[in-house]
Design a protein around this ligand. Structure first.
Ligand SMILES: C[S@@+](CC[C@H](N)C(=O)[O-])C[C@H]1O[C@@H](n2cnc3c(N)ncnc32)[C@H](O)[C@@H]1O
Length: 307
């Protein structure tokens, strides 16, 4: 199970309690009663966090004590817990038919709101004969962009901590007949299971802004990249929008959210990411800001280089 990263930061000391609550809330209310799901979630947060002052105290606490450990449980570093309900999904999701379904959905998205996808796919494949590492597969939007633009001698390994999502990458690879050059891998990007300097390119599509411990992730990216290699990321131009529902509960306005996110080692927008990346030895060499009117979280494409 993947949790909202800000909630994981705020409830760091009691995360197992929140996980139990969240499993029950999901089973009771999703997918049919989303409003009730969020009402219950917000009540839980209000009870635990209580005030704006305490919100800031909890961020300080995480800043001092939080770790790049999955759900605070060192025994489950490389895989989310696979629930009973996921077992059917594991088999269904990896099929060629499933790949065709995802590709169709993603094609539609790439012509409506996700018009950055073609640029992203090309930026990843800026050279032929490269080994690419993709961080996070999720629903497969970024994986689709990378595969749809894959040059003939490029290969890609796509990682996600959620095994169900890994199957999305395998399904897309089968559908596009590149399963000899693309595969999914179940791994945690805070502890990548690769030796140093093996990839020419690392990429991620909404991976940094939908996870916590961004500096650890960037250190790992820098470690596995060859010298001269590139890190291409798509991330939100407006990280506040992702967490607005939670910030609103505690009357935290947009201008106050950025220092809090930065302190929590989360994605806090352009300046924050460039600063974290610099600390990991990654230099911004290009970026493109996409049309803010197309989506609420208008994307930015970042191109970093490991000199
Ligand atoms: C919403 S998805 C990203 C969007 C996806 N790349 C796409 O283009 O459709 C966020 C993903 O990050 C994964 N994730 C979060 N933290 C992670 C970690 N530490 N290591 C590996 N994957 C992680 C989650 O399992 C989830 O699938």
């Amino acid at each position: 199970m993947v949790l909202n990263e800000l909630i994981e930061v705020l409830l760091w000391d009691n995360i197992q309690k929140y996980i139990h609550f969240s499993i029950e809330n999901t089973a009771k209310n999703l997918p049919d009663n989303e409003d009730e799901y969020y009402k219950q979630r917000d009540n839980f947060l209000l009870q635990k966090v209580k005030t704006k002052e305490n919100f800031a105290t909890l961020i300080d606490h995480y800043h001092q004590n939080g770790k790049a450990i999955w759900h605070g449980n060192a025994n489950s570093q490389n895989c989310t817990t696979i629930l009973q309900a996921d077992i059917d999904n594991l088999f269904n999701y990896g099929s060629r038919r499933h790949g065709a379904e995802i590709a169709k959905q993603m094609e539609t998205m790439s012509t409506t709101w996700a018009t950055h996808l073609a640029d992203y796919g090309k930026a990843i494949n800026y050279r032929n004969n490269t080994d690419i590492l993709e961080l996070t597969i999720g629903a497969g939007l970024g994986t689709y962009a990378a595969i749809a633009n894959l040059l003939p001698n490029n290969r890609m390994i796509s990682v996600d901590i959620d095994y169900v999502c890994v199957r999305n990458a395998d399904a897309l690879a089968k559908h596009f007949n590149v399963d000899d050059r693309v595969c999914g891998l179940n791994a945690n990007f805070w502890h990548l299971p690769f030796e140093d300097e093996v990839f020419d390119t690392v990429c991620t599509h909404y991976g940094l802004d939908e996870s916590r411990e961004v500096p650890t992730t960037l250190n790992e990216i820098s470690r596995v990249l060859k010298n001269g290699g590139r890190f291409i990321a798509i991330a939100r131009g407006n990280p506040y929008a992702r967490h607005k529902g939670i910030f609103d509960l505690f009357d935290i306005p947009e201008q106050e959210c950025y220092p809090l996110l930065q302190k929590a080692r989360m994605y806090s927008g352009f300046d924050g990411l460039v600063a974290f990346a610099k600390e990991s030895g990654l230099k911004l060499i290009d970026h493109k800001i996409y049309d803010p009117t197309k989506t609420a979280h208008y994307p930015i494409m970042y191109v970093f280089e490991k000199p």
